[in-house]
Ligand binder design. Structure first.
Ligand code: GAL
Length: 370
């Protein structure tokens, strides 16, 4: 599904041509020749136009940070803005997008709660000539999305899978290792992509016996965490421990898709007193970075650096290109089930105690690495 590596190898222009011929003639919406997907007119739009930003729920720090970065960044670039969170759920997000359309937004950036339930609103945006950018999470099964911008989510999963293996090997040179698997919320398309990326690395090791998933729960549906909620992960970990790890069976590692869930999983292990497994994460949340750097009992092993500042900055650059009537820079395409979406992928970085100082140098997290 993802064509990242392939497309990276060719120029941006060729990438766009590839997306156009490979998927039934979809072309990017803006710039000369754009059109079949709707979006900005070739001439762009007024420099002080309204930009709508529809964010999901505050499930992790990166989303909270995105709000202030979009507010400051869009104002700094001279745009009017409407930045909204939908803590109330999908219905609230649908209403917010509809309101952005009514208010005359020229671009709507969407970090979806449930990317399959926005079809009506996205079609209305497309019909109104608004450019839609999927932010961090792809908008699935709709042709009313013009661009996608995110850290490469499959790569995130691969890095998590590899970190889990490396961390366990550093503690005990040879397997078999007992592990458990967790995934994110099933309505967030990223959850499946992270899991698939991780399983690309882990499945061969499960098959050859290096890894043993003691609970036997290895399918995505068995390991999801509704709403990315810490309490759901903690509850599942409690159940896994009482069913599988109370009579001396050692738990060596847990695949966790993000930091919030990693800390919940470790809390469960701590309360049960079963020792510290290697636990992965994502998002570079302050508490997790501190834990990784401190090490010791019930510390998290790894996280992923997906600097939100860079992602928001790149999104605003996309909006500025559209404003000028230019085609935004992209380096990949992503098939959302309905079309091949021109995509800008940023590179995620794995962080452990060993490289934390280097990874966060010059960022607000640097202070926690000393
Ligand atoms: C994902 C996002 C992750 C994490 C998660 C839970 O879509 O890519 O970085 O934030 O949501 O909030």
């Amino acid at each position: 599904m993802r064509t990242y590596a392939k497309v990276l190898a060719v120029s941006a222009a060729a990438a766009l041509a590839l997306s156009a011929c490979g998927r039934g003639g979809d072309t990017p919406a803006s710039g000369s020749g754009g059109g079949s997907t709707g979006g900005a007119a070739a001439g762009g739009f007024a420099a002080n136009s309204l930009i709508g930003i529809a964010l999901p729920q505050k499930t992790s720090e990166n989303w909270v940070l995105a709000e202030s970065l979009f507010n400051d960044g869009l104002s700094g670039a001279g745009f009017q803005k409407d930045v909204q969170f939908a803590n109330g759920g999908v219905g609230e997000q649908q209403n917010q997008i509809q309101a952005m359309i009514t208010k005359g937004a020229k671009v709507i950036v969407v970090g979806a709660i449930d990317s399959k339930q926005l079809g009506t609103q996205l079609k209305a945006a497309k019909d109104a000539g608004i450019t839609v950018i999927a932010y961090d999470r792809q908008l699935q099964s709709t042709d009313a999305v013009n661009y996608y911008i995110a850290y490469n989510n499959e790569k995130v999963g691969e890095l998590q899978g590899q970190a889990l293996l490396d961390g366990m090997k550093a503690k005990k040179a040879n397997g078999p290792y007992n592990v458990e698997l967790f995934a994110g919320s099933p309505d967030d398309p990223n959850a499946q992509v992270f899991f698939n990326g991780a399983m690309k690395i882990l499945q061969p090791k499960i098959s050859d016996g290096t890894l043993k998933v003691v609970s036997g729960q290895t399918s995505f549906n068995q390991v999801v965490t509704q709403g990315w909620k810490a309490e759901n992960a903690q509850k599942r970990m409690d159940t896994l421990i009482s069913a599988n790890y109370q009579s001396g069976t050692k738990l060596d590692g847990v695949l966790s898709p993000n930091d919030t869930l990693a800390r919940a999983i470790l809390e469960s292990c701590k309360q049960a007193g079963i020792g510290t497994p290697i636990v992965t994460g994502q998002d570079s949340e302050v508490e997790s970075v501190k834990s990784i750097v401190a090490g010791g009992d019930y510390a998290q092993y790894s996280t992923i650096n997906k600097d939100t500042t860079n992602l928001v900055k790149a999104t605003i650059e996309m909006i500025q290109a559209l404003q000028k009537g230019e085609t935004p820079k992209t380096n990949a395409t992503d098939d959302n089930g309905s079309k091949s979406v021109p995509t800008e992928y940023l590179e995620p970085v794995i962080v452990t105690k060993a490289n934390a100082a280097e990874a966060y140098k010059g960022t607000s997290l640097e202070q926690y690495t000393k």
